[in-house]
Ligand binder design. Structure first.
Ligand code: PHE
Length: 504
């Protein structure tokens, strides 16, 4: 019987899972969200979201993966026959996420290079929008490819496919073992430099001072849950896939806790670094910190470069900062690309070589064709929201509902408890129910909001909301069709053996 490759060591798995979690979401998304939603007051909902949604769902995905040993379609099929379509849906979401995430890594790669000469000059915003992205007016007009982005994107995909071709131990695990320590050192150095800048304390004040008056706003709670979801890489089958390469006796609960805490610490560290820098900038320019912060790409690619140009040693800090974005991004994108590859390997019995050629390469080509064009950043925003505003959340909800309606939650709890340090009990069920409700609410709120803004002021249909819905619809349709087509096709034999040599 076929044996399934496993992680070489426990530390290897933890590093890979943390590497997946720690990504662009920590460095460029978290600080902006935290600031926008009430500074220090955001930390409380954020903490509650980690405890009630993050850790319980992480554990659910680990358990499904370790128990049912396969990429999401095979794992869901074994969990509850008709749920297979959820796994294919996740595969589609992973496809879309990976294809645009690669482009942000490619931007960061360009900026690591620009940093050496502080190439953006006086006006970092104009440089980013006009010179670098060359953003087009019409969001749906493709063309005018940007050569710098294109070249970096090809390099990113070449590296990702190379890592994937090494399999688990010699590919994913090795890459994480190199990248994670490197990331900690680089990022640590940046934070230390940031904290020694004049004005850093005022920045930290802005970051940590709670605006308690806002704690009752539903929006803040939804944002906190959304951030935790994206940041811990849950909802998309990534953790099901990674855990499917665990040995049957591997510990789960402590592992989830370790990964969750490392991710949160890194997130806080990023917030501290970014806000110390903003404090410096505010002291220099006399502008209030609140007016410096832009949401989304703005913080990393506009605000930060502006500060670097004024900071002693800015070129070096810039190289370090953008390199750490690249490194954090690579270990995350690997965990997205593995979802479609493992899905097909485990459900159809294809070899890694074949999935790389027939799925990995077309995925890279899609990414390379769509995003380096002049309308690429518009597309990126639309697809980003399709994934983080709907895809991950709905798939996470579907996972909970499927496990519950198939009556498999008690069996999964027993499976987790078989090897875990902390035993899970009633609180786990309660958390999953609460999380399900929050997720449903989030989707409803997003839909309502978009529905209201569907037609712009000029009465025209907003093309980006349209792209957003098409991408979401295609993902769901793909899941449904594949679930239907595969319903009679038997699963390949479940791999039972463990490799003869195991290191721990
Ligand atoms: N957690 C990653 C980040 O913070 C993003 C991610 C989401 C990765 C979902 C895999 C799956 O950037």
């Amino acid at each position: 019987m076929r044996t399934r490759e496993t992680w070489g060591t426990r530390a290897g798995f933890i590093m890979a899972a943390a590497g997946s979690a720690i990504g662009l979401g920590n460095i460029w998304r978290f600080p902006g969200e935290a600031y926008q939603f009430g500074g220090g007051a955001f930390l409380l909902p954020y903490l509650v979201a980690i405890l009630t949604a993050g850790l319980p769902l992480l554990l659910l995905e680990y358990t499904i993966g370790r128990r049912h040993r396969g990429g999401p379609p095979a794992a869901f099929r074994r969990l509850a026959g008709p749920a297979e379509g959820i796994g294919w849906w996740q595969t589609a979401v992973a496809f879309f996420l990976a294809t645009f995430y690669a482009v942000i890594i490619a931007w960061a790669l360009n900026y690591a290079w620009f940093s050496a000469s502080l190439a953006w000059g006086e006006d970092a915003a104009a440089f980013f929008g006009e010179d670098f992205l060359g953003v087009s007016e019409d969001p749906l007009r493709f063309g005018h490819y940007r050569p710098g982005i294109l070249a970096a994107l090809v390099a990113v995909w070449a590296l990702v496919l190379l890592i994937m071709s090494g399999g688990i131990r010699r590919g994913v695990e090795l890459a994480n073992k190199i990248c994670i320590p490197l990331l900690v050192v680089l990022f640590g150095a940046i934070v230390v430099r940031a904290l020694t800048l004049d004005g850093a304390a005022a920045g930290l004040d802005a970051f940590f001072t709670p605006q308690w008056g806002r704690i009752g706003e539903v929006e803040i709670w939804l944002a906190a849950y959304g951030q935790v979801f994206f940041s811990l890489s849950i909802g998309m089958g990534t953790m099901i896939t990674y855990a499917s390469y665990l040995r049957r006796g591997a510990e789960l609960s402590n592992t989830a806790l370790t990964v969750g805490l490392s991710n949160a610490s890194f997130e806080l560290l990023a917030g501290i670094g970014v806000f110390a820098v903003l404090g410096f900038m505010s002291a220099r320019s006399g502008t209030a910190i609140g007016d410096l912060v832009e949401v989304g790409g703005g913080v990393a690619f506009v605000t930060f470069p502006t500060v670097l140009a004024q900071m002693p040693g800015g070129a070096l800090v810039g190289v370090l900062f953008f390199s750490s974005l690249v490194i954090a991004g690579i270990t995350s994108i690997v965990s997205m690309v593995i979802v479609p590859l493992a899905s097909v390997e485990d459900r159809l019995g294809w070899s890694r070589r074949r999935t790389l050629a027939l799925i990995g390469v077309p995925m890279a080509l899609f990414s390379i064709l769509v995003y380096p064009a002049a309308n690429g950043s518009h597309m990126l925003d639309a697809v980003d929201f399709a994934v983080s505003g709907y895809g991950l959340i709905l798939c996470g909800l579907a996972t909970i509902v499927a496990a519950f309606t198939a009556g498999r939650l008690p069996a999964l709890a027993a499976e987790a408890n078989r090897t875990s340090v902390f035993r899970i009990g009633r609180a786990w069920y309660a958390c999953l129910a609460l999380t399900g409700a929050v997720l449903a609410w989030t989707v409803a709120a997003n839909l309502l909001d978009q529905g209201r803004n569907l037609y712009g002021e000029d009465g025209e249909l907003d093309p980006l909301i349209l792209v957003n819905w098409v991408v979401g619809g295609v993902s769901i349709a793909f899941g449904a069709v594949m679930g239907f087509v595969m319903r009679r096709r038997p699963l390949p034999a479940e791999p039972r053996g463990e490799p003869a040599l195991d290191l721990d």
